[in-house]
Design a protein around this ligand. Structure first.
Ligand code: SF4
Length: 401
């Protein structure tokens, strides 16, 4: 990695959401949220499995009623990705989902009533090793803070967050992460900066109610991206008024753009002009759709002519450079003797990309097995935690599970 692309992560405490390590240098985890009715167990399980298919690390499920808590029990039994239960006000729901194996409680302790109720939830979370996420949202700031500050400000969001943090700390509960979301990029970013300097816990990033698929992705990329470049953030969710699968894809695109995590194909494509020797735009669009299921990290350059093709191919895993009738094909920067047929370019590239992925996965599987053996034998690698390497290895191993 070039010096100019280095990000120094903010130091934070480590928590585990299920098996996913969060904070203290762990890979930044991508989260999404179901938008099905939680009591519809089949639909919710199906959506969670769709999110798993595109690589989600953690899924949040809203649990607004005792009925949905009962449904949560059956949802939890049918999925393997860690689940966060989103609970507002009703402490009994928190106790119920804890009993059913929830991996994290998204609950603001100051909003669940008297001290006895707070203590019962916190004690239960401690006993079962369940972390808590405190979630502050500019749209639902406490009335007294709205009056004090006049409008949601970074200081107001921080004060709101610290009220809940103080409650947990007074009860000696340290296993939590915090978010201070706002739909305004500047407000969210500055709130996170303030919070990052006040607490040691991991931070969950998000620009809330960001908008539709395109505008929300842009807003999230700016807000979350700014924070990530400053080293702030341990988990993230891109909130879109769209299919939650899109949230996961955009989340990984943000991490890929900053070289933080690799997941799936990073397409490098030229904008095209009259020099293109094949239909670059059509090829990239088709391949993006066809290869949606591929999680193996790989750079693939698809360039319409020799002006920029060879240069991009040199630094890509696979690359194609447009030429008349048959285009040049590169693997690991080396030009191959077999070219691709422009008339069949989509099919041929898909099969070559899949073949390369299978090879990389086989190699990765061996590496992951070795790490697992090391874990069983208790070997440590200085500066390179085994569990983190295992989790990072999951980025590609998922492709062949
Ligand atoms: S790489 Fe070639 S085809 Fe693509 S935009 Fe540049 S000149 Fe045009």
């Amino acid at each position: 990695m070039h010096n100019f692309a280095q990000i120094t992560r903010r130091k934070s405490k480590r928590i585990y959401i299920g098996k996913v390590p969060v904070g203290d240098g762990a890979p930044i985890a991508v989260q999404s949220m179901t938008n099905t009715c939680t009591t519809d167990v089949a639909a919710t399980v199906q959506q969670i499995k769709e999110l798993e298919r595109v690589g989600v690390d953690i899924v949040r499920v809203s649990v607004p009623t005792i009925d949905s808590a009962e449904a949560f029990k059956f949802i939890k039994q049918q999925v393997s990705v860690p689940l966060v239960a989103d609970i507002h006000f009703d402490y009994r729901i928190a106790l119920k989902v804890a009993e059913y194996g929830v991996d994290c409680l998204r609950i603001n302790p100051g909003n669940i009533g008297n001290k006895g109720r707070i203590r019962s939830v916190v004690d239960c979370a401690r006993d079962r090793n369940i972390p808590i996420r405190i979630g502050i949202n500019a749209g639902s700031l406490e009335r007294d803070l709205q009056e004090k500050y006049g409008e949601p400000t970074p200081e107001a969001l921080l004060e709101s967050a610290m009220r809940h943090v103080d409650i947990l700390e007074k009860l000696n509960f340290e296993g939590f992460k915090v978010s201070v979301k706002a739909s305004d990029v500047f407000l969210a970013v500055q709130s996170y900066r303030l919070l990052a300097s006040r607490i040691d816990q991991p931070l969950h990033l998000g620009i809330t109610e960001a908008g539709g698929a395109r505008s929300g992705a842009v807003k999230s990329a700016i807000g979350i991206g700014l924070l990530l470049t400053e080293g702030i953030g341990d988990t993230l969710r891109v909130s879109l008024a769209a299919n939650p699968v899109e949230e996961v894809k955009v989340g990984f695109d943000i991490l890929k753009s900053l070289h933080i995590r690799a997941r799936g194909i990073n397409f490098i494509a030229c904008p095209t002009c009259s020099r293109q020797e094949f239909d670059v735009i059509g090829t990239v669009n088709s391949l993006e759709k066809r290869l949606e299921d591929m999680l193996t990290p790989m750079d693939v350059s698809i360039i319409g002519c020799v002006v920029n093709g060879p240069g991009e191919a040199l630094v890509s895993t696979l690359g194609v450079t447009g030429a008349h009738n048959k285009s040049g094909f590169y693997e690991d920067g080396v030009r191959q003797r077999t070219r691709v047929d422009n008339a069949l370019i989509i099919d041929q590239l898909e099969s070559r990309i899949r073949a390369k992925a299978a090879m990389l996965e086989a190699k990765n599987r061996i590496a992951v097995n070795l790490i697992q053996v090391e874990i069983r034998h208790g070997k440590e690698h200085p500066g390179d935690s085994r569990h983190e390497r295992l989790f990072a290895g999951r980025d590609s191993i998922l492709a062949v599970r």
